[in-house]
Design a protein around this ligand. Sequence first.
Ligand SMILES: Cc1ncc(COP(=O)(O)O)c(C=O)c1O
Length: 371
Amino acid sequence: MSDEKPEAKPGQPSDRRSDQSNDLPPAPVGSFASDNAAGVSPEVLEALVAANHGPALAYGDDDWTRRAEAAWQERFDAPVVALPCWGGTGANVVGIASVLRGWEGVIATDTAHVVVDECGALSRFAGTQVSTVPHHDGRLDPDDLEPFLHWQGSEHHVQPRVVSITQATEMGTLYTVDQIGEICDRAHSAGLLVHLDGARIANALVATGSDLPTMIRDTGVDVMTVGLTKDGAMYGETVVHLRPELAEHARFVRKQAGQLPSKARFVAAQVLALLTDDLWLRNARHANEMAQLLAGAVGGIDGVTTQGEPEVNAVFAQLPAAAIVPLQEWSFFWEWDLTQSLVRWMTSFATTPDDVERFAAGVDAILARHR
Ligand SMILES: Cc1ncc(COP(=O)(O)O)c(C=O)c1O
């Protein structure tokens, strides 16, 4: 399920109104619909204003972009190539397309954002086939690659080339460092590369107590999208190539894909603000803690079944089906799987304990009417 959908869809108030009266607790100020629903870290806005003095050469030939790349090289402790892009979908296209040839394909889970929520961008703009495998709590298992390896060398089949995994996963779960390492080892031993969609990489790092060299560089990830938008940035994500020799075509692909921001300094300035004093990790830690708080606050409510302790900043909950629309009307969030009455509540760097308290009070009040 994607994070932001501007138009009404099944489950939004305009579609399925309930007739609940207004005597409900005050709704939270923050939104539990998505970490993308949050605003921007004040430090990021300040950095954008500060970057707005005087001219700078366009298309990344500027001091902010050079400093952002150096900052990523320092964080990864490796000579990575860092390419700012406009957004996450585009960055995934650029990262993957830059290492594929025309007859090569991608393997990902059936819940991967690149499969479900990017409108087929990889098929259209990378001209590739994305083959899916059933997820295991959001994760891909190295054994899932096996059937595709039998096709290697046969001209009748798309040649498997990139395994794309997401950390943290779309199901709010995590790969351990060892699990990422196993996927990379299995992929590399068959001549495949590993792409990691890190839209929520900061949440994963703080949840596991790991760092970029351990989780990404040493496991063998070849190319990734580093996401900051859900973590306090306004826009823009970065493609990071860990093997510079694989980045040979990446700049051309980025330009063709429309993902080279002319005023790239304003993406880089956001990166620099979020890396300063580890704001990106502090924001992510707060988001994760708010998810823990929320899970605790709603866990005791009769009718709510949460799916275990949140690993990052998502709480998945099963509710009585009749309560979902009234609750959405009161404080909107996305359904995850209506066949199981499963919904998703996301927290962010901007979520407050008061938001959590109010939301739990509303869940309690509305479920009392629909149990
Ligand atoms: C896991 C994941 N990858 C990629 C993206 C894409 O980001 P964007 O909306 O900037 O294209 C998202 C956004 O929701 C996401 O959740």
